[in-house]
Structures are given as structure tokens and as C-alpha cells.
Design a binder for this molecule. Sequence first.
Ligand code: SF4
Length: 316
Amino acid sequence: MTKPPLTLYLAAPRGFCAGVDRAIKIVEMAIEKWGAPIYVRHEIVHNKFVVDGLREKGAVFVEELDECPTDRPVIFSAHGVPKSVPAEAAERQMVYVDATCPLVSKVHIEAERHHANGLQMVMIGHAGHPETIGTMGQLPEGEVLLVETVDDVTRLSPRDPESLAFITQTTLSVDDTKDIVAALQARFPAIVGPHKEDICYATTNRQEAVKAIAPEVDALLVIGSPNSSNSRRLVEVARSEGCRYAQLVGNAGEIDWRALNGVTTVGVTAGASAPELLVDEVVQGFRDRFEVTVEQVETARESVEFKVPRVLREDA
Ligand code: SF4
């Protein structure tokens, strides 16, 4: 039986960012240095495939520090942690390695700098996301006000409207955030903020690549886990760019092939925590059912790399 023709547009950049790459290396190098088990507070990155792979190598994932024994090293995830977490680890005399992405740490430092200058912070982010919890936890309670939407801005009641600064989560939608920043600046003209916003290069580049593809295709698949913020934003970006069928899939096995009946053009991308192997499997899934032509749509080139902490670069 002849297969129907299909063009697959692969977004570039897609998949792993420098922060995720570093966080995974940190866990692997810690297991190599100290042996298993190595404890990891929270999923090191939000991808089930990655987490399962590290678990097999000897990582034990926990949600809170008190679930870890004090005689084994613990690693903090790429999303960052409130200040109280390393403080507690130090108090319990635990060996810990912080895998917080340096671009998240940069936001932590920004928040501290503004706080030291007497400004109250507004954080644009998602309530309950570990990065938001970690960033808000850099300052004393009440010093960071969270806004998720433009509507939230109208409800803000800061201590002093003249003494405010804003920061953002790194994995937000670039377009939605622009609107929230504009609302903040309109209501609080004196508000201080980063030059653009704190959305990182990887989030921005992956959204730009999706924007280039989404209007041209019948469907667009984002490979990523449901708890991955940047992956979910990619689905939203595709939909807001007019793609009628944009779905998040964890792997090839989750593709709803019936929904793709009759399509001739499909876009594929992967969130910053999804490995390329999962993209290969999705491409193969299409090859099994269609006569596939693959086209890369490259909107940016990335060369960012982050070093792992010194403790893992030194000999045991
Ligand atoms: S998505 Fe951005 S901020 Fe998050 S780990 Fe990757 S590079 Fe760092």
C-alpha cells in the first residue's frame, strides 16, 4: 500500500537547552563521583524520559529535603530553590550541589539587588511552578508579589507604588509577558525592570521557531512533558499563530494518529527538557505511516554552554 506524502517541518532550535544539559550532567557526574544513590530534590528537569533514565543510573527523586538521608549528596533541580533549602542542607551538614540554571540564578540575583535597594518585587510567573517558588523564596515573605495575568496587575496592592521592580519566570510566553509588562508600566510608571524581560534565550528561540512554522502547517506537535512550562508555552504559541491542531506529546506513543488523518504538513518541535531521541522516534512514527520529506526550519543558532560546579570537576 502506498503511503500518503507528508512534509515534516522540524523546528530549530528545539529540545535541550544549556541549563538542562548542565543539570543532567551534574546528576550523572555526581553518581560517578560519589556512587549511587544520589538524591535529587524535585525532578532535575521536567521530562519523564530523562528522569526515568537517571533513576536507572542511581538517582533518587524526592520532593523535600527531609526525605533525604544526611549521609548522601543531594542535588537541587535546574528550576532553582528557595534560600531556605540550601540553608537547611547546610544546617544538616549535607553535601549538596545546586543545579539551578545560571539564567535562573541571574534572576535571583536581580531580585536580591532590587530588594537591597529598597524595592518591592513583582514576579511575572506561574503560581506553584518550582521556578516561581524558588525565585520568590530568595526574599523574605511578602517582598515578592506574583502576577500571572494582565488582570492580576489591576488587583496588585504594593506597599509603595513608587518603589517597585519586576522580574519574570524564564519560560513564559514572550508575547503574553509583553502585555503584562505593559500593564505594569502603565499602572506603575516608576517600576524598574530588566532591559527586556528575564525570559531566557532558549525559551525565546524555541517560540520563534514555532512561530515560523505554525501558520504553514496542518498540525504541530510539541514533544515534552505536561509539567514542562516551556513546552506548554510552545503549544500555546502554535495555537495563537493560527495552527488549528497543536498538541503536547510525551513521546511517539502518545500521538493521536486518527486526528492526523489527511494532513500533508506537520511541524515538530521539542521543549527545552526533551531529548533529541524522542524527536527521532516521532519522525520514525511518521515514516511508518507516511512518505515523509523532512525540512529543518532554522530561525536561530545556539552555542550557549554552562560549566558544571567546580566540586564535580575536581578529582574525588
Ligand atoms: S529553559 Fe532557559 S532558564 Fe530554563 S534551564 Fe533552559 S536555559 Fe535555563
